[in-house]
Design a binder for this molecule. Structure first.
Ligand code: FA5
Length: 346
């Protein structure tokens, strides 16, 4: 009796399975034929109450029917899944041309800044950062430029509204020299640092002057008698020769900066005409690059160093102007114009 019933269930289940078309139907089928409350499960649960002879026949038959239905169920599930995939849509054409991903790139000033940093790091210098908005003290007073001194006029300054009456005002720095005393307050010589950064000046702009541009500062300090003007000249010549990839000579001219004594402007021989004279160097054979000098003892004092113990040089120049020379750009205003036709050339 039970054996016939089991065979009947199996046949009916197999027939029902063959006409199933969707996953939802299959789930219902599973509950009906293999679920915990299915007829077949009830029979198998009741095996324990059967006489042992009957058990020996019904048991294996019931388990075989269950296994066979489970196998058929898995096969149908697989077939339904495969049929549900739209193979045409999923097809990947490996020969189709790819879509180019637009790539960004670095600004010419960043490229030049990175090259400068690489050269100086190879010479044993450390790259130091500093605030773009700083106290008046670090930008001026600590560098021997007191509030009412005419030297303040050398760098036209932007003042921040509301700061005018404050004793120690904040201002957008007018040069990277603001980091000199900041760094020396926290470090004792020997020190070799470079400070690249953005600076701000309240200036009328023209082809070679911007109100916002990049400068670069170099500071090397050691005990009295170790670092001299000759050290500066050697480092500067080594740097510019590496930067332009050819031998560059330096020329010093006497000048004045309140934070250096003696002070000089320095020129490099024109890299376009090699010193012969051309329109870029205005036939002089030399190009003005920056300012330099031996650090004034008053600056060391402002940093808390004892007078006369240390000696060093500092120099600064316009990174923006150096980038112009390198890439032969004739108008500085292009650099910050945001004009993509210009930027995309680098
Ligand atoms: C200074 O800013 C000094 N702090 C440099 C210095 C550092 C001297 C350490 C001694 C010791 P100056 O104002 O001359 O100096 O500017 C330095 C360089 O910045 C110039 O030689 C020039 O290359 C660049 N520069 C100055 N003004 C502008 C401007 N408006 N636009 C673009 N570049 C400029």
């Amino acid at each position: 009796m039970l054996s016939e019933k089991i065979i009947g269930i199996q046949k009916e289940g197999e027939r029902a399975l063959s006409s199933i078309k969707t996953m939802a139907e299959l789930e219902m089928w599973e509950v009906k034929y293999l679920g915990r409350k299915s007829e077949l499960s009830e029979i198998l649960k009741g095996l324990k109450d059967l006489a042992s002879e009957e058990k020996r026949v019904v048991g294996p038959l019931g388990n075989a029917a269950k296994e066979s239905l489970m196998k058929a169920f898995e096969e149908t599930k697989e077939t339904l899944f495969e049929n549900s995939i739209d193979w045409e849509r999923e097809r990947i054409d490996v020969t189709a041309p790819g879509t180019a991903v637009p790539r960004g790139h670095l600004h010419p000033i960043t490229l030049v800044e990175q090259q400068i940093e690489d050269i100086f790091v190879s010479l044993g210098f450390t790259v130091v950062d500093g605030p773009e908005v700083d106290k008046e003290w670090y930008n001026f007073d600590a560098l021997n430029i007191p509030r009412d001194h005419p030297a303040r006029d050398m760098q036209d300054t932007f003042w921040i509204k509301g700061e005018e009456k404050n004793k120690d005002r904040y201002l957008p720095r007018t040069h990277t020299s603001n980091v000199q005393v900041r760094y020396m307050e926290a470090h004792t010589p020997p020190l070799r640092i470079i400070i690249p950064g953005r600076i701000f000046r309240n200036e009328a702009t023209d082809a070679s002057h911007e109100h916002t541009f990049h400068q670069f500062e170099c500071l090397m300090v050691d005990k009295e008698g170790v670092v001299s003007v000759a050290t500066f000249k050697h480092i500067a010549e080594t740097f510019f020769s590496q930067f332009f990839g050819k031998k560059v000579r330096i020329r010093l001219r006497p000048s004045f900066f309140p934070f250096t004594e003696p002070s000089f402007e320095f020129d490099i021989n024109c890299i376009l005409c090699d010193g012969k004279g051309c329109p870029v160097c205005k036939q002089a054979g030399w190009l003005e690059i920056g300012g330099a000098g031996m650090v004034n003892q008053k600056v060391f004092e402002a940093a808390g160093y004892p007078r006369g113990k240390y000696q060093g040089f500092a120099w600064g120049f316009g990174v923006t102007r150096l980038a112009m020379m390198k890439y032969k750009i004739t108008d500085i205003r292009l650099m910050m114009s945001g004009d993509l036709r210009f930027i995309r050339q680098f």
